[in-house]
Design a protein around this ligand. Structure first.
Ligand code: ATP
Ligand SMILES: Cc1cn([C@H]2C[C@H](O)[C@@H](COP(=O)(O)O)O2)c(=O)[nH]c1=O
Length: 209
């Protein structure tokens, strides 16, 4: 590329699913596939992804609060993440993968907690009117599978301690959004063995232009 030619904008890829669905298991693998294409990769997460965002994450995951406070905090974390990490990376041609983004707010604060979706639309239109992921990979599993995986692995945070109804509603909201935007979403049946999922992920990444 000649000096002064702006880099082509990078791609923004998000990973979604209810807790225990298997997102984190596959992020590193997808990162390796992307790096193998010779592009710079930025791997991040929400809530979090910046020093301030990580402080907000601690509050959101561990402090009891009003559901609208929770929604505002995840969008505050997102605003900072977009300004400090996502937009600069995309602008310089890097690809960004984020473990969760705004679809999680619709699933958890909207579906799970019951916050009116119109309020989440308002926040999304305010915080990132132009920016949506180029690709969202939704790891879908029945609740019982996700729960069994979580129980086996860790101490549960405020969301992970929620009851079955919360996760059923969150999963339904994810699937509703995926059905509404089939060009952006790829839904992975995350009950499959890890190797089978990797094969699907490799095909998805290979198809990216
Ligand atoms: N396809 C799979 N088959 C069997 N076990 C899996 C599969 N995917 C993930 N696991 C296991 O399930 C557990 C949870 O996976 P992981 O941490 O990737 O979930 P997650 O969606 O990132 O959860 P969270 O959102 O809570 O961080 C891990 O122990 C992981 O090894
Ligand atoms: C972005 C975002 C996240 N959440 C919830 C979903 C998860 O339970 C936690 C994040 O933990 P993870 O297991 O590391 O993904 O936060 C949310 O409720 N709303 C959001 O917008």
């Amino acid at each position: 590329m000649s000096q002064g030619t702006p880099a082509a904008r990078g791609k923004f890829i998000t990973f979604e699913g209810i807790d225990g669905a298997g997102k984190s298991t596959h992020i590193q693998y997808v990162g390796e596939l992307i790096r193998a294409r010779g592009v710079e990769l930025v791997s991040s997460r929400e809530p979090g992804g910046t020093p301030l965002g990580e402080k907000l994450r601690e509050l959101v995951l561990h402090e009891a609060m009003h559901l609208e406070t929770e929604a505002l905090l995840v969008f505050a974390s997102r605003r900072e993440h977009i300004a400090q990490v996502i937009e600069p990376a995309l602008a310089r041609g890097a690809w960004v993968i984020s473990d969760r983004f705004t679809d999680a707010s619709f699933a958890y604060q909207g579906g799970g907690r019951g916050l009116e979706l119109v309020k989440l639309d308002t926040l999304a239109n305010w915080v990132h009117p132009e920016l949506w992921p180029d690709l969202t990979i939704l790891f879908d599993v029945p609740l019982e599978v996700a729960r069994a995986r979580l129980d086996a692995t860790r101490q549960l945070d405020r969301f992970e301690q929620e009851k079955a109804d919360f996760f059923l509603a969150a999963r339904n909201e994810y699937l509703r959004r995926a059905a509404q935007e089939p060009r952006r979403f790829r839904v992975i049946d995350s009950t499959q063995p890890i190797d089978a999922i990797r094969v699907q992920l490799a095909a998805i990444v290979a198809a990216l232009e």
